[in-house]
Ligand binder design. Structure first.
Ligand SMILES: Cc1cc2nc3c(=O)[nH]c(=O)nc-3n(C[C@H](O)[C@H](O)[C@H](O)COP(=O)(O)O)c2cc1C
Length: 206
């Protein structure tokens, strides 16, 4: 029995490609694995707070320096970390925004990357504390950034997600890409169908 935490980051509803692919995958996963728990967190419509000065105090200052504001700010982060750690697998829908991830997902990452909770600083440097998990990223973009193409170096989304999730210990990651969404109907359709086929396969093998 596993817990799947599903994050969506598009502010769009039915028009969103990443949301549709992510939610469809999660719903089908739930049907195929009725013993699993599937929890959906919609960051696109219900963003988590940004880091604030009280948050920084809450995360790094000693107990005697805490204020009611710092305790309240860090309590939200603590809850998000707890939820994140309680999951065995992550399915994350990510639109590309300005070559990277939407700020709603960045705000979430800022809340859950916490020293002593999801990573540690030891004698040998940084160590990710989130072990034995799997993440599936389902991304969508208007253009194409496939390896080997002229625009590949502009893709800061996939390298960043690999780096930050790897930093906290989530190294078993897969990407399913629905790109070319703004490159004409045919290219968008072909790319979306390819992503749907890849996700269908992952329902059996992930
Ligand atoms: C604010 C904004 C920034 C975007 N930046 C990029 C970009 O840098 N590169 C790209 O290929 N597409 C970009 N797009 C297009 C989206 O990635 C594309 O429409 C994608 O399908 C959005 O995801 P969604 O369908 O899940 O909402 C951008 C769209 C918006 C609204």
């Amino acid at each position: 029995m596993s817990k799947i935490l599903v994050l969506t980051a598009s502010p769009r509803g039915e028009r969103s490609v990443s949301r549709a692919l992510t939610v469809n995958f999660a719903q089908q996963w739930g049907k195929d694995h009725p013993q699993d728990t599937v929890l959906l967190r919609d960051l696109g419509h219900h963003p988590v707070p940004h880091v604030t000065e009280p948050w920084v105090l809450g995360a790094f200052a000693p107990a005697e320096a805490q204020t009611p504001e710092s305790k309240a700010a860090i309590a939200i982060s603590d809850q998000l970390v707890e939820e994140f750690l309680s999951a065995d697998r992550y399915v994350i829908g990510v639109p590309m925004y300005n070559l990277n991830i939407p700020s709603t997902l960045k705000a979430y990452i800022d809340q859950i990357v916490r020293v002593g909770k999801t990573f540690a600083v030891g004698a040998n440097g940084y160590e990710g504390l989130v072990k034995g998990k799997k993440a599936l990223f389902i991304t969508s973009s208007g253009g194409s950034f496939q390896p080997g193409t002229p625009f590949a170096p502009y893709n800061f989304q996939e390298p960043y997600l690999r780096a930050i999730f790897g930093f906290i210990g989530v190294t078993d990651v897969q990407f399913v890409v629905a790109d070319s969404m703004n490159q004409g109907e045919e290219a968008a359709k072909t790319s979306r169908e390819k992503a749907e086929t890849a996700l269908k396969d992952l329902l059996k093998t992930w």
